[in-house]
Design a binder for this molecule. Structure first.
Ligand code: PMP
Length: 426
């Protein structure tokens, strides 16, 4: 019997759904999830030792490929000094300074242990700082699973068709206003009505949890203007886009300065890390110098800091993002050409080192409604055909896929040859 199937059967007896995070269960595509034994460079290896070219990269962190020697060395040497102290270390200062160097809008920042913690803390801070309760988010954007943010969310919540999770009191969810991504007029209209009650706008500057949807021209600029006009806090959730679409994240790519930024994924180099930060005057509102409480036993954990710092240092060398963008473009254009050759209608979005494709007749996908109207059945079939060919794409039509610096021409050519064969079978 297939080893992944065996492990999945076993896992389901003790772990709900057999997984410790929902999208891993292949709910969006059906079938048995691959249980992974090891990974190296652009490849992951399943329990049967089958190799796959990996376009998930642990959902984003592995931008330098798996098992990068500089990260591994940093983790091993730091671990020898002790795993956790619950007291400050110099490494945390070095890390904070590195992040500020790359993302200068983060004048002060604090480390946490996940993207969810980062966004949850940023929202609390924005509410505490403004003294307002309401927040505004966009349909199909996912910002982790904190109560305020799991309303009309993307990612697994969308894949599983549970946009509003039970367990979130109505009284609480009513403070979360949800509008259409890329529709600045709707935002302006809501602000014209109740702008003085809105603490913040939180947005994925490139939406990556309803597939991959870049902001249309003027959208992010419009959000900046509205927040300035109503003294609301603009939060860029760069958990996915940070250090990925450009070294300085989406705010560098689009040249818009948010008040607060949340980070995760790449910042930990594969260890559990997140961060939030921004304007000094807002960040100084947080405990112990300010009234808004936020804390974490393992926040700034030395091993996690070492891995993240090594990852950011490595990424800062050379022209890595130019390389990543070129590779992504080559892959995206190749997918499009292969689909056309086989008479399959396909639309592709990509920014920096993230991309997503849609089985649709539409020339360009820019909205949640367009993304959710795409042919999900075709996606499922394509996903499994590619998996068979040894290519591991994001197992949901509502997730972006990622490249790493370990994806060379060889992997891209192999992927495109596989795609050609798979499109032919659709
Ligand atoms: N924000 C965004 C934009 C994300 O993509 C994610 C996770 N995919 C999160 C927040 C939550 O991060 P985590 O899963 O580390 O809690």
């Amino acid at each position: 019997m297939d080893k992944s199937q065996q492990l999945f059967n076993h896992a389901q007896e003790i772990i709900p759904g057999g997984v410790n995070s929902p999208v891993r269960a292949f709910n969006g595509v059906g079938g048995t999830p691959c249980f992974i034994k090891r990974a190296q460079g652009a490849y992951i290896y399943d329990a049967n030792d089958k190799a796959y070219i990996d376009y998930v990269g642990s959902w984003g962190p592995m931008i330098l490929g798996h098992n990068h020697p500089a990260i591994l060395d940093a983790v091993i040497s730091t671990a020898k000094n002790g795993l956790s102290f619950g007291a400050p270390t110099e490494l945390e200062i070095t890390m904070a300074e590195k992040v500020r160097e790359l993302v200068p809008s983060m004048e002060k920042l604090r480390m946490v242990s996940s993207g969810t913690e980062a966004t949850m803390s940023a929202i609390r801070l924005a509410r505490g700082y403004t003294g307002r309760d309401k927040i505004l988010k966009f349909e199909g954007c996912y910002h982790g699973h904190a109560d305020s943010l799991l309303v009309k969310a993307g990612s697994g919540a969308l894949t599983m068709g549970v946009p509003n999770s039970p367990g979130i009191p109505e009284d609480f969810a009513k403070h979360t206003l949800t509008v259409t991504y890329n529709d600045i007029e709707q935002v302006k209209q809501i602000f014209a009505e109740i702008g003085e009650q809105i603490a913040c706008i939180i947005v994925e500057p490139v939406a990556g949890n309803m597939n991959c949807i870049p902001p249309v021209e003027g959208f992010l600029e419009g959000l900046r203007d509205v927040c300035d006009q109503y003294q609301s806090v603009l939060i860029f959730d760069e958990v996915m886009t940070g250090f990925r679409v450009a070294l300085g994240g989406a705010q560098a790519y689009y040249n818009i300065k948010p008040d607060l930024t949340t980070l995760g994924k790449v910042i930990g180099g594969g260890m559990p890390v997140g961060a939030f930060g921004g304007k000094k005057e807002i960040m100084d509102y947080i405990a112990p110098i300010g009234p808004v409480y936020q804390a974490g036993t393992l926040s700034g954990n030395p091993i996690a800091m070492a891995a993240g710092l090594a990852s950011l240092n490595e990424l800062s060398q050379g022209e890595k993002h130019q390389q990543l963008a070129q590779a992504t473009e080559k892959l995206a254009m190749g997918f499009k050409a292969a689909a056309e050759r086989n008479g399959v209608s396909l639309s592709i979005n990509y920014v920096g080192a993230m991309f997503g494709f849609f089985f649709t007749e539409e020339e360009k996908v820019t909205t949640f409604d367009q993304a959710t109207a795409c042919d999900a059945e075709k996606f499922k079939r394509f996903f499994h055909l590619m998996l068979e060919e040894g290519v591991y794409l994001a197992p949901s039509a509502f997730e972006a896929s990622f490249l790493s610096t370990a994806h060379t021409n060889e992997e891209i050519e192999k992927t495109l040859a596989a795609a050609d064969r798979c499109f032919a079978q659709l």
